[in-house]
Design a binder for this molecule. Structure first.
Ligand code: ZN
Ligand code: ZN
Ligand code: ZN
Ligand code: ZN
Ligand code: ZN
Length: 338
């Protein structure tokens, strides 16, 4: 027998012993004492009230006695039911649990048995639902709490969570818990009886099935809108005011002039200051027709054209006094308007 098989056998024996020991739920017979004491007390007070002819008290106590008797009857029914021999769950014999553990190794991508942590982990193949890749999942069973409320977890190994809720790694998994739906009773039965192979298979099958009625996040809404410029996710999408494209916050341009939203294609830049502007906020320079923003425009001209015009004016103004000597340009001489 290999070391691994010895571990599996030891695990099987432990699981069997633990399940065979698990107490079945019982109703406390002591409840019967409490319920009957209440009835006797009310009855005693009622007799007293009747003897003294206290009409109002008598009426009230008759009501009280009626409801106390109802409670006693319910309590008696519970205790009565608990006296029937409970259908003892048939726990698989240890050798069969051992064979289940062996079979898991055939069935799952990876199986890990951690006797110290008392956990068995089975890894599924990558799961895809309606072409949406959700990656492989680990199904982790805690051997100590197999018959309790929270015996296992379902953990995404390569998570692709829903945009709307990062805790939802699968339409039926939130925060490592599987919404079992119809599989609930079969899962609990399998665990109570030590049918580990069935348990892991039922959980895997539940992961491989999409039930739109009980999904935490519908598959159709799994990924939010995408950016039309970079094709990445656009969690809080912007819309280009030029062409209505959906944009992520990385790809969006905001017009410096009017805060309009633009995509890379609709964005224009002022050719003087190179800041992004929408086309509405730019005007052509009246001389060279390049697009410029209001900040960069002087007398309807771009800074280059304006400088040139100013230079020409300076030259013209100086020409008469300069006589025959033609000064080619007035650059360097500040022109002060009168
Ligand atoms: Zn983008
Ligand atoms: Zn656009
Ligand atoms: Zn500008
Ligand atoms: Zn603008
Ligand atoms: Zn110009």
């Amino acid at each position: 027998m290999t070391d691994r098989n010895k571990t599996l056998l030891r695990t099987a024996v432990r699981i069997h012993d633990q399940l065979a020991r698990s107490p079945t739920q019982s109703v406390s017979i002591g409840l019967l004492d409490v319920a009957s004491d209440i009835c006797l007390d009310v009855a005693r007070r009622l007799r007293k009230a009747e003897a003294r002819n206290w009409q109002a008290a008598t009426d009230k106590l008759r009501c009280d006695l009626a409801s106390s008797l109802d409670q006693l009857r319910e309590c008696a029914a519970d205790v009565r039911r608990s006296l029937d021999p409970a259908p003892t769950p048939i726990v698989l014999p240890a050798p069969q649990i051992y064979h289940d553990l062996l079979a898991l190794h055939q069935e799952f991508h990876a199986v890990e048995i951690d006797l110290r942590q008392r956990k068995i982990t089975c890894q599924t193949a990558p799961i895809e639902l309606d072409d949406l890749y959700l990656g492989p999942f680990n199904i982790i069973l805690s051997l100590d709490v197999m018959c309790d409320g929270d015996p296992y977890q379902v953990v995404a190994i390569d998570p692709f969570p829903a945009d709307a809720n990062s805790n939802v790694t699968h339409p039926h998994v939130e925060g490592d818990r599987l919404c079992e739906g119809d599989a609930r009773a079969p899962i609990q039965r399998a665990l109570r009886q030590g049918r580990l192979f069935d348990f892991f298979l039922i959980v895997r099958q539940t992961l491989e099935t999409y039930n739109p009625g009980s999904a935490y996040v519908d598959l159709e809404e799994w990924t939010g809108p995408r950016c039309e410029d970079c094709d990445g996710r656009a969690a809080d999408p912007f819309t280009c005011q030029g062409c209505s494209a959906t944009l992520c916050d990385e790809c969006v341009f905001e017009c410096v002039g009017c805060n309009a939203i633009a995509c890379g294609a609709c964005k224009t830049i002022c050719e003087a200051c190179h800041e992004p502007y929408c086309s509405e906020c730019l005007t052509p320079c009246r001389t060279c027709k390049t697009s410029i923003c209001e900040e960069c425009s002087t007398n309807g001209q771009c800074p280059d054209c304006d400088r040139k015009e100013e230079a020409d004016q300076t030259a013209t103004a100086e020409q008469p006094t300069a006589g025959a000597a033609v000064q080619p340009h007035g650059v360097g001489e500040a022109h002060l308007p009168a």
